[in-house]
Design a protein around this ligand. Sequence first.
Ligand code: PTJ
Length: 248
Amino acid sequence: MTDGEIPEDHPRRASLVTRHRIEAGVEAGITSKQGLIAQGRGEAFDYLLGERTLPSAAAAERAAAARLLLADHPVISVNGNVAALVPDEVVALAEAVDADLEVNLFNRTEERMAAIATHLRDHGAATVKGLTGDGEIPGLDHARGTVDADGIGAADVVVVPLEDGDRAAALADMGKTEIVIDLNPGSRSPRTAAIPIVDNVVRAVPNVTSHARDLTDASPDERRGIVESFEPDAALDAAEAAIRSGEF
Ligand code: PTJ
């Protein structure tokens, strides 16, 4: 089944389209089988959040856009789930904020690295980093620690969508500013981030791009003001409160 074959008025259309993309990602050798499980976990949180962008997440998305526009060398990290779910959208975000795209995988194989890089190029990416792997994030004993020296290795701001928490902590230890997208407000990654976005990556990435376009002509002072007025702990608390109360 393709996205187009799922009826427009199906009440669970967004969820079915997302599932289909992840499934197709696994079949194409882009997404790992564990990615299916990660998607299921994310869906459960999305359901509890009402499958919408909370006002606190919208504020985080605007702060993320402002921070990316202020960055000297922003990099968007892409794993197998992100490549399957939002390939056009990450390319558009990279263009809007002049960021690099870098493939970085937990379950790293040369085949998946190459398949994801090709997939991103097919979706319009001019350059895709991550294949050189000549840099290292200290303190990580798995494949996520392998990065490009002139990519994540040299970045001042890194967008980290959907991942396990230890790289997020290691990047923070390197002094990098992290923007994390994760539907679980209790997960270690958003709790480590300067800007945690508790939203589905399929909504979050286009939202950040649209804020970035809106802020194209904003002054550095205005952008800094947006970043400084964002409160990460309050955003995480608001997401947790929304889940606990069940009130949408
Ligand atoms: O492609 P690889 O090899 O790098 O592997 C990627 C996965 C995602 C399999 C790997 O990083 C992993 O196992 O991650 P975890 O530990 O399952 O964490 C994934 C986090 O992302 C969880 O906190 C989920 O709630 C969250 N998540 C899942 N789907 C989405 C999401 N957050 C936002 N949008 C989603 N669609």
